[in-house]
Structure formats: C-alpha cells, structure tokens
Ligand binder design. Structure first.
Ligand SMILES: [Zn+2]
Ligand SMILES: [Zn+2]
Length: 185
C-alpha cells in the first residue's frame, strides 16, 4: 500500500457512498502521480476519546493526526486521511472542516458541517461534492501545499461552507506545479 489511505472514523455513521465518491475522485487525480487509493475498514471514534471536549461537544482536531500517522507508517503509505462524522475544533477556532500535517503525512476531515442538513438544505449529492473538496484540500497540505489566493482553487481556505461550495475540486495550475515538485522529490 504505497499510495493514499482513506479511513472512516465513526461515531454514528460515515456513509459508504461518501467514501466511495471521495476514493474515486482522489484516485483519478492522484493516479497521475502513480498513487493508488485504498479504503481501510472503519475504526471507532472511541480511540480518540482523549480529544473530546464535553463543554463544546466537539473533538480536538490535532488528536487524530499522530494516531493516523502511525497507521500510515505501519502500512507503508504516502498519506492517510481520516473521514469522521464528529464535529472538530482547534484552539481559537469555533470549528474546523479539517486539519493536516505534512510531517505525519496525515489528515482528518469532518463531514459534520458538510452535510446539507446542517444548514437546513435538502439531503443530496452536495455532501459528496463537499467531502471531495475537503479531502483534496487536506491532501494538498499533506503533500506540502499551502493556502492559495485563487478562490476557485481547492487549496483556497474555506472560512465557511460558502467558500467550499464556490471553489472547484481541483488544484489550480500554480498549485499543480508545486505539487508535482513535492511529489517528484
Ligand atoms: Zn487548509
Ligand atoms: Zn491554487
């Protein structure tokens, strides 16, 4: 398993269709770089209970990264992305959509605020589209990309779901060039 790993981290449910849609999209893009995508069996959120903040009802994002980094390392993969249904936060931020570390080559993405229901919207394909964007974004960070000023680039920072919906699923030409440099090293 030398490529990219996806792993559901589940409290109640991480929908299979979301993982499949994300895996397919990431695979078609990263195959250009010779990287495959493997979906691992789900693990329980209980493994990350030290990250739970009872007052906020959220999990601290950074708690996930070292554990995911160990799983990635054991399997000899280039990157790992955890996809969870719980809400995440970081110090000084009300919430985060996701978080990544280029050092542990690990990322976590929360579906909690990507769900149309969260905003009173109708359930549908929107969740898949948003999940693809957030996973592509965090993977970009894993491989060394920083935020991009181009609002259509997937590496643009999302302050709110409106930014996520506005941006595309792909890296802009500038980011692709950098990505190529990082991945060819
Ligand atoms: Zn980011
Ligand atoms: Zn860009």
């Amino acid at each position: 398993m030398t490529g990219i790993l996806l792993i559901p981290i589940v409290a109640r449910e991480v929908e299979k269709e979301v993982i499949t849609a994300v895996a397919n999209y990431v695979r078609q893009f990263y195959s250009k770089f010779g990287l495959g995508v493997t979906s691992l069996p789900k693990i329980s959120i209980n493994r990350f209970s030290t990250g739970y903040n009872e007052i906020r009802g959220q999990f601290l994002g950074r708690v996930f990264l070292p554990v995911l980094g160990i799983i990635r390392n054991e399997l000899g993969a280039k990157a790992i992305v955890g996809i969870t249904d719980v809400d995440l936060y970081e110090e000084g931020l009300n919430f985060i959509f996701g978080l990544a570390s280029p050092y542990s080559k690990a990322a976590i993405v929360s579906l909690y605020r990507l769900k149309p229901e969260f905003y009173g919207e109708r359930k549908g394909k929107l969740l898949m589209d948003r999940a693809i964007k957030e996973v592509m974004h965090e993977l970009g960070h894993v491989f060394g990309l920083e935020h991009c000023p181009n609002p259509k680039c997937v590496m643009h920072f999302s302050n709110s779901i409106l930014d996520t919906d506005f941006k595309g699923r792909d890296y802009c030409d500038n980011c692709i060039k950098k990505l190529r440099g990082y991945l060819d090293d």
